[in-house]
Ligand binder design. Structure first.
Ligand code: F6P
Length: 357
């Protein structure tokens, strides 16, 4: 009998999700003759009756889909099955309803595309049913454990780098310090990568303990040396890190870019402007690298199910696609290594990380 597998995208969207969906459905069809069912709006589709789902016809999955940003299936980051937010503000366990929804689809396996949090919840939801589950890592934050790359990260870095390319000339024209706040809920991967690629003078991330006076001192020295403008990249989480030292202790949880621009202007006498890049980092056409990663991970996820395995996540490691046990992934996010290559590269290039020590 023809097997049926399901796929859903969960958590914040990012570029490359459509390429993942396409790869899964094509591999299932061409490799094994399987039918792939796309579940709508992440876990929310499982609460609808009938379940919100669509058969992914291979003929309709042309290359235009691989180019499209977002996820045509929809997604949610408010669909925790075990603590579902209700209209009255309470939280309700709706996992039973979601499992019933899955049963309605008669699936032989499920592929979930998500970050650390979504994968953990889906794993927990599927465990009692015995339906094999395979996760595919996606998040612009690139903080999923056991994989060097998550889908969406390459595109976010490209966009943040392009933003720096655009901020540099306007900053130079007006002799300003341009502060770019980038996403990264708990990690500074986008900030450090874009900061190096975009030629930033300062990069502040939650993984490196930083002090405001080290940053203002660096900008002041650049100005004293004849530089009239500067580029600063700050990760959105840099202000609320335990690593932020005393001198940056009043940095806000939200809006660290604006806060920093004001502080820099006051301390150095330079004009400063802040740009918050926000969701622009998520909604773009995926880079070639993200499309390749999405395709390779999608194909492997189907192969893992075909091998009769479950409770695994496919991952990119050492220039190869592998699969790893999900238990090694959940709850172990991968932040920037403070002694790693990118940090060493940044320091070697003279980029100020605001070091407190
Ligand atoms: O996890 C991805 C991410 O884009 C983070 O970088 C950011 O902090 C968060 O999601 C934003 O979430 P929302 O779309 O709910 O505002």
């Amino acid at each position: 009998m023809t097997k049926r597998i399901g796929i859903l995208t969960s958590g914040g969207d990012c570029a490359g999700l459509n390429a993942v969906i396409r790869a899964v459905a094509l591999r299932g069809h061409h490799g094994y003759g399987w039918t792939t069912i796309g579940i709508g709006r992440g876990t929310l589709g499982l609460l609808e009756r009938p379940v919100e789902a669509v058969t992914l016809e291979p003929a309709r999955l042309d290359s235009a889909l691989a180019r499209q940003g977002g996820t045509f299936l929809g997604s949610t980051n408010r669909g925790d099955p075990f603590a579902f937010p209700m209209p009255d503000g309470s939280l309700k366990d709706r996992s039973g309803e979601m499992v019933d929804g899955l049963k309605e689809l008669c699936l032989d396996g499920l592929i979930g595309v998500g970050g650390d949090g979504s994968l953990a919840l889906l794993r927990r939801l599927l465990a009692p049913s015995g339906t094999p589950f395979v996760g595919i890592p996606k998040t612009i934050d690139n903080d999923v454990g056991q994989t060097e790359r998550a889908v969406g990260y390459s595109t976010a870095v490209a966009i943040a780098t392009e933003a720096l390319d655009r901020l540099q000339p306007t900053g130079a024209s007006h002799e300003r310090v341009m502060v770019l706040e980038v996403m990264g809920r708990d990690a500074g991967h986008i900030a450090i990568a874009a900061g190096i690629a975009g030629g930033a003078d300062v990069v502040l991330i939650p993984e490196v303990r930083w002090r405001l006076d080290r940053v203002t001192g660096h900008i002041a020295r650049l100005r004293a040396g004849g530089r009239t403008s500067a580029l600063v990249v700050v990760a959105e989480a840099a202000g609320h890190s335990d690593e932020a030292a005393d001198a940056a202790a009043d940095a806000p949880d939200h809006g660290v870019g604006e806060w920093l621009a004001k502080r820099l202007a006051k301390a150095t006498g330079a004009e400063a402007r802040a740009t918050v890049l926000g969701h622009v980092q998520r909604g773009a056409m995926p880079t070639a690298e993200d499309r390749l990663l999405a395709s390779a991970l999608g194909v492997r996820a189907v192969d893992v199910l075909a091998d009769g395995k479950g409770d695994r996540m496919v991952a990119w490691w050492n220039r190869q696609v592998i699969d790893v046990p999900l238990e090694k992934v959940v709850g172990r996010s991968r932040t920037v290594d403070p002694d790693g290559t990118l940090i060493r590269t940044a320091r070697a290039l003279g980029i100020c990380l605001g070091d407190a020590v």
